[in-house]
Design a protein around this ligand. Sequence first.
Ligand code: PRX
Length: 631
Amino acid sequence: MISQISSFEQYQEAYNQSVTDPEGFWAEVAQNFQWRKPWKKTLEWDFATANTKWFVGGKMNITENALDRHLATRGDQAAIIWESNDPEEESITLTYKMLHQKVCQFANVLKKHGAKKGDRICIYMPMIPELAIAVLACARIGAIHSVVFGGFSAQSIADRINDAQCNIVITSDGSFRGNKEIALKSTVDDALVQCSSVQKVIVSTRTRTPVSMIKGRDVWWENEVKTVSSDCPAEEMDAEDMLFILYTSGSTGKPKGVVHTCGGYMVYATYTFANVFQYQPEQVHFCTADIGWITGHSYIVYGPLCQGATTLIFEGIPTYPDAGRFWDVIDKHKVDILYTAPTAIRSLMSFGNQFVENKDLSSLKTLGSVGEPINEEAWHWYDENIGKGKCPIVDTWWQTETGGIMISPIAGVTKTKPAYATLPLPGVQPILVDEQGNEILGNGVSGNLCIKFPWPGIIRTTYGDHERCIQTYFSTYKNLYFTGDGCMRDEDGYYRITGRVDDVMNVSGHRIGTAEVENAINMHLGVIESAVVGYPHDIKGQGIYAYVICDSQMEDQALIRKDILATVTRLIGPIAKPDKIQFVSGLPKTRSGKIMRRILRKVAEGETSNIGDTSTLLDPLVVEEIIGGAL
Ligand code: PRX
């Protein structure tokens, strides 16, 4: 098991070692894992070509580290506790032994249907134990999983399946979310009309919603597991073989498939899990994210299981049956660590304190926050009402591309400061740069956040398009990984992430590209052009504001607004629906045709007078119209 930093002096020592001798530092951490063959070289890297390799030549399988090696020592300990959407439904506990068996069995089902090392498998499932089992079963046989969040549309699934040429899809009949029942299999069926690479669909049952099962293509999970053995030796993987693809939004074009590889990701997810949360044996870790996002991959599945932890999977939502649900789950399962998003905290805070006052939260030791900047008010509410002033809050900054937490307090070790992600973890070398890429030295400064040295969890490529990886992350500033985030470093050297500086929005902790939403809106009949920006939103952090130019024949605006929302939902999913749509006759463009988003952002923020220089605009009058019609 990974040893933990337990004092600030130890942190400083570890940090210094990780900078002066990164290879030695990570080699020592990696010794705590089970390798089939040791690596020959700890690190090879070149940011100019976006090439990073960790533990070169090492052979392993992440599931042997997440499952097999715990069997002798904690086989009967809970690996997964599952809590249903319905508080009346009995929860499920899977011990390490049971989970191991189920993963092996399902891995054999995958093999039976032709899956092999290197194949891409799409997973579109609710938050049920089978989702974690499916993920681990892929890893067991060396197939690359591509989990698609259950809220995405058929079109989004199809785009992701086609991009990675997946040959198998694992899904469920449906999912329960609050008082809603959501069809999943039929959404997959709609997607597959466009996907010729898919040979098999494996369907687990959750809602018992009637579904069509296509002969020769679709099989039931429950039937299949009965036909196979539960003995499945893990495939030997190279440290740099792909483990998974996870699609995420950027400034331009369609979401890209961020690729993580087996060895470095395992070491980094586990190291950060063990240290940031200071997980102690027997504790219950409750990360409220969906496994469809990176937070779920790293801190529900891989990090906790590789450290032999008990991880809680919650199927439901924080407000069902009422806004006290998280607190009930914490009391029921005696949760030690809660890891959630500011948007959830703000939403629960808005219900007032009556849902939390009479709950027993005494089991809590550590609170975590992730996904977006946490405002001070939410930080204090979390601290006082949930942590009762005695649980450290770890505000963890990281990204899909970083694989694990990068800048964060270490619970109980780093002195926290409201709304600050505080200090870089060992192995992480952040720098702030100005627009030209010059390093901004000293404290009490702000700039664009970059990382100047590789860490084991760094993105390896964007699936099928390495050039895009170079362009997106390693070209803006020479020899630096560019995060896309703005950041300040205060007088104490503490980091505070201020938000994206590119055209990516962060809506309820979900990353959505403005271009993606614009493309979806522009698909609607009668829409000529659109521009989308984020604006401050009390609960979601950012809301989506769309400026739309329609065909003059489109007269019933209320109806078109609804049609546009339906179009975005169909093409991306409900999470990308604009909160506000303003119809305009033109957009503020420069003479070279570039939309001046700065102006649109200001108007969306409610600014009417101080919108800056408009002299370079092709038609400055457009701005007056936009301000006049602002929502
Ligand atoms: O803008 C930052 C914000 O979320 C972005 C990454 O989004 P995603 O890849 O979906 O991963 C989310 C979960 C790791 C970042 O570029 N972000 C994430 N954590 C924080 C944050 N912003 C401020 N504070 C954080 N703790």
